[in-house]
Design a protein. Structure first.
Length: 477
């Protein structure tokens, strides 16, 4: 594990400048940023100059608590995975070997003993045990706080702590660049923005293959090739430099044949009240590009059989304006973590897919501190969920779990993000997502790329490739 102390000397001057520039934005003034009040709770660290100075000290550069817990089941963060932790023989561009292949499960939570561990489980996890008492289980491994990010992301995150502000009632951010915008989050909007703006490389290509099995486990793999060009993450870029474009997203269906050639292009905006998300689709049968205004909120995701909404991609994305958001807790929970076994290129989709849920034999869970955020549907707005509870990893702000409630207020779906440190970058992000409909007994899972080229980061991609005109040309190839 690398020690982050080696960059602190460089931070001192940048922090001093940032503190002077942002001093008026701190504490009470910040509490009303963008019309969003600060949430309350002893787990919220006030955004003061003294607390900003703790970043990189007793707080990690990301803002999480560096120390472990009292009983030692959560260790201290010592820098996350670094270059010295790469498995022997690994070279960037290869699939990521498991750095912890010698780890053994400490215990297994099953449909018979899950109530013994209920204090560290979400309602969605408990409901999954009750729905599948004989087949669903959780192998719990030693906790390894592997989340890490490039040094410049740490530096920019600490600078952002002094300057970052919400705008438009929480729908946008300003005065930030490259790193996490709010390492000392004061409310749920800031937490969700940390998730949305987490560093994912400058430009990447991946296969985000999807399955939506029937209740008996039958499935057809939908092969989805995706490109992502993140303007916010570009070296030297401020949020004001990107023209309100957070990222460009390109998705092409390669198989099955009945769907092959369909393409989706999205311009994801930073402030969706100022400019809503823009999307276009290319239909190979019609050989034309047309606007797709419904690629948002609770409209169904691509080829998902209605089991996933558009705003469930990357666990959550897009506008937040239809819900009221609140931090309700920070607690220790068993969440998916270090999912290198599920990332293994020796697995076939058939190894992972089971009726009702993914094969738990390849899933890893660990005890981590998480933020708990409640999103409640506003009166007079529409969404298929009346409420959603999000569980965000303390170290990476990755949403690890979601509980989804239907219009009657009953638990409906449970989502899990099986994530890992892509240590050549480094960044901590999902390799596999699953969204389980506990009422119908079906689920959808994305990220089954085991038999395809591994995700690549920091590729040279150009904004000119992500216009409607370019989409028309690419679709006709």
């Amino acid at each position: 594990m690398n020690d982050v102390l080696n960059f602190k000397s460089k931070l001192l001057s940048s922090m001093a400048v940032g503190l002077m520039a942002g001093s008026l934005a701190l504490s009470g003034a910040h509490a009303q940023d963008g019309g969003v009040p600060a949430d309350t709770g002893d787990y919220i660290i006030p955004r003061t100059e003294a607390n900003i100075a703790r970043l990189g000290e007793d707080l990690t550069p990301m803002g999480s608590v560096r120390a472990g817990n009292e009983d030692g089941t959560i260790p201290a963060w010592d820098g996350g995975l670094g270059r010295d932790d790469w498995p022997e023989g690994y070279e960037p561009g290869q699939r990521h070997p498991n750095p912890f292949s010698d780890d053994e499960p400490m215990f297994t939570i099953t449909g018979q003993n899950y109530m013994d561990y209920a204090d560290h489980l979400s309602p969605g996890q408990i409901a999954t045990f009750e729905r599948y008492p004989d087949t669903y289980y959780m192998r719990v491994f030693p906790t390894r706080r592997t989340a890490s990010f490039p040094e410049r992301i740490y530096e920019k995150t600490i600078e952002n702590a002094s300057t970052g502000r919400l705008v438009s009632n929480g729908e946008g951010v300003t005065d930030v660049s490259e790193g996490f915008p709010f390492p000392l989050p004061q409310n749920a909007y800031e937490l969700i923005w940390n998730h949305k703006l987490k560093y994912k490389g400058d430009g990447g290509v991946r296969y985000n293959n999807q399955v939506a099995p029937t209740a008996d486990g039958s499935f057809q793999l939908v092969k989805l090739r995706e490109e992502l060009l993140g303007l916010y993450y570009q070296l030297g870029t401020d949020v004001e430099d990107v023209g309100n474009i957070l990222l460009y997203f390109f998705q092409e269906v390669e198989s099955p044949a009945r769907l092959a050639g369909n393409i989706l292009l999205v311009h994801e905006t930073l402030n969706q009240m100022e400019q809503p998300r823009q999307a276009w689709i290319y239909n190979p049968g019609q050989r034309r590009v047309r606007r797709a205004p419904n690629v948002a909120y609770d409209n169904p995701g691509t080829a998902s059989d209605g089991l996933r909404t558009n705003d469930m991609t990357d666990m959550f994305n897009g506008a937040m304006d239809r819900f009221d958001w609140e931090i309700v807790d920070k607690r220790e929970m068993y969440i998916p973590y270090n999912a290198y076994e599920a990332h293994n290129d020796e697995l076939e989709p058939e190894d992972l897919v089971r009726p009702g849920h993914l094969n738990p034999e390849y899933m890893r869970y660990e005890l981590h501190r998480v933020w708990v955020v409640e999103a409640t549907l506003k009166d007079g707005t529409r969404h298929i969920n009346s409420r959603r509870t999000f569980y965000l990893d303390e170290d990476s702000y990755q949403i690890a779990l979601i509980d989804h409630y239907d219009s009657r207020g009953e638990l409906w779906r449970a989502s899990e993000a099986h994530s890992l440190n892509f240590y050549e970058v480094p960044t901590y992000w999902t390799t596999l997502e699953t969204h389980m409909d506990l009422q119908s007994g079906r689920y959808v899972a994305t990220g089954l790329d085991n038999n395809d080229p591994v995700i690549t980061f920091n590729q040279s991609l150009e904004p000119s490739d992500y216009t409607p005109q370019a989409l028309r040309t690419r679709g006709r190839r």
